[in-house]
Design a protein around this ligand. Structure first.
Ligand code: SF4
Length: 455
């Protein structure tokens, strides 16, 4: 398979393999600082307009086994009692939030992990009952949960459906048996097919798949095969993520190096091959790395110009406040970001003593918010009218415009076009958008050690 080098080797040299944030927030989370605490978060929640709905993210940081490629904040446990004690703390945290912010209307509720379906069916129902007491779900748009297909049970599906879950994301990664063996995550196609059937039979009809390219033993051909197999199961959305190899942070990833980590050019070939496969089967590309069927709410949001980007990646959620519950979760309010303690023990110590577990965060300035809006628009739509954003924020356009010279090489290489203050990304290599966004980022330019590379 050959690379589609529309823009030539010169363009590739500008971005391929270069580290850049994925911009699920601006500033990116590594730039949060430790001078913020629970009181700052409480003040920000207290100041929310009374009728404003919020979205909730709930982090379940436990798994039964460690996948070698994992980059998540999680711990391995076999003890249900540990999970249940944690859930008691999460319920307490939800009550603390509701005491401050009121019984808010919820727009979206998303469970991430870890493995949220490490919860038993009974624990799920108990947690939902509590959330329903302290928040108002009468006008909720969507309740979604990330699931590990290896752990899904019939009882869980029944419980999830009865709690109002309508969308699930299955971590697929790759269907190739050899790749699954190397990454230590064995889940054959037939198992996933059975789980999809059971979910649909149980009334949970919106199914997302997460795929990863850039893992050891993968080739463009194996990645295409996985994408083809995925499509036969008719997921509504597919997220096609680049493997983030950061062994300096995630030590267990070192074990993958013995099998060879594909380099940036190989990863690009895989991404293009999978992209062509998905778009050839009528999946609409959305943003940098998502694909969705035409009647999916993400496709509609993309078409209507309302697509957003937050800590969960691309979203059709319109709420401007996202409240994170659980260890390491991040809340986003109009004032900025507030992150909970990453580790279970300090998180539980704080909340069990009726304190917010916030340990770091970032209060954004007017300039941060303008730059965030520019970056979010570029990440979602590959084009941005910077003057219009500045007008909305009553901000001097000359300040972000001072970033234009940093984009000159991308313009000369034919990757972007700029007409006045309207910037358009025209390269076929969607992953490179991260580097374009970085030109507007005043924080990351001098610190790239913890970031994965584009493609
Ligand atoms: S199931 Fe997900 S969170 Fe858990 S170890 Fe595997 S990749 Fe990490």
């Amino acid at each position: 398979m050959e690379l589609n080098l529309n823009n030539g080797a010169e363009a590739l040299g500008l971005w391929l393999g270069k580290p850049a944030p994925r911009y699920t927030s601006y500033p990116p989370a590594p730039f949060f600082h430790t001078t913020l605490a629970g009181n700052d978060c409480a003040r920000s929640l207290e100041a929310l307009p009374l009728d404003e709905p919020v979205s909730l993210y709930l982090h379940i940081p436990f798994c039964r086994a460690l996948c070698l490629y994992c980059g998540c904040n999680m711990a391995v446990t076999q003890r249900d009692a540990r999970v249940e004690a944690y859930l008691e703390t999460v319920k307490r945290e939800a009550s603390l939030v509701a005491n401050i912010a009121g019984r808010r209307r919820v727009s979206h509720l998303h469970f991430g992990g870890g493995t949220p379906n490490i919860m038993t069916a009974r624990a799920m129902q108990d947690l939902f009952a509590h959330l329903n007491r302290v928040f108002d779900f009468n006008s909720v748009h969507e309740i979604a949960m990330e699931l590990d297909p290896r752990a899904v049970t019939t009882e869980q599906i029944t419980a999830l459906a009865s709690c109002g879950v309508t969308r699930v994301s299955l971590g697929i990664q790759d269907f190739n048996a050899e790749v699954q063996k190397v990454i230590q995550r064995i889940q054959p196609y037939d198992m996933v097919a059975r789980v999809c059937d059971e979910l649909r039979g149980g009334g949970i009809n919106r199914i997302n798949f997460d795929l990863i390219y850039g893992l050891p033993l993968q080739t463009p051909e194996t990645v295409v095969k996985t994408a083809q197999q995925a499509v036969t199961l008719a997921p509504d959305r597919i997220a096609l993520f680049s493997y983030a190899h950061v062994p300096q942070i995630k030590k267990q990833q070192q074990a993958l190096e013995a099998f060879g980590i594909p380099d940036a050019a190989q990863r690009l070939e895989m991404e293009q091959a999978a992209r062509d496969t998905l778009t050839g089967r009528k999946y609409q590309p959305v943003g940098m790395d998502h694909f969705a069927v035409p009647d999916d709410s993400m496709t509609r949001a993309w078409e209507e110009g309302t697509l957003r980007r937050n800590f969960q990646g691309y979203t059709d959620d319109a709420a401007t406040t996202l409240i994170g519950l659980g260890a390491s979760s991040i809340s986003q309010t109009p004032d900025g970001f507030f992150q909970n303690e990453r580790d279970e023990r300090p998180y539980r110590e704080a909340v069990d003593n009726d304190r917010f577990a916030v340990c770091r965060g970032f209060l954004t300035s007017a300039e941060d918010r303008v730059r965030a809006a520019i970056i979010e628009r570029l990440m979602c739509y590959s084009t941005c009218d910077i003057e219009e954003i500045c007008r909305k924020h009553d901000f001097d356009v000359n300040i972000p415009a001072s970033s234009y010279p940093a984009l000159a090489a991308f313009e000369a290489a034919g990757m972007i076009r700029r007409e006045g203050h309207v910037l358009s990304f025209i390269s076929p290599h969607r992953m490179a958008i991260r580097l374009i966004c970085q030109a507007f980022d005043t924080y990351t330019k001098s610190a790239t050690g913890t970031m994965s590379s584009a493609a």
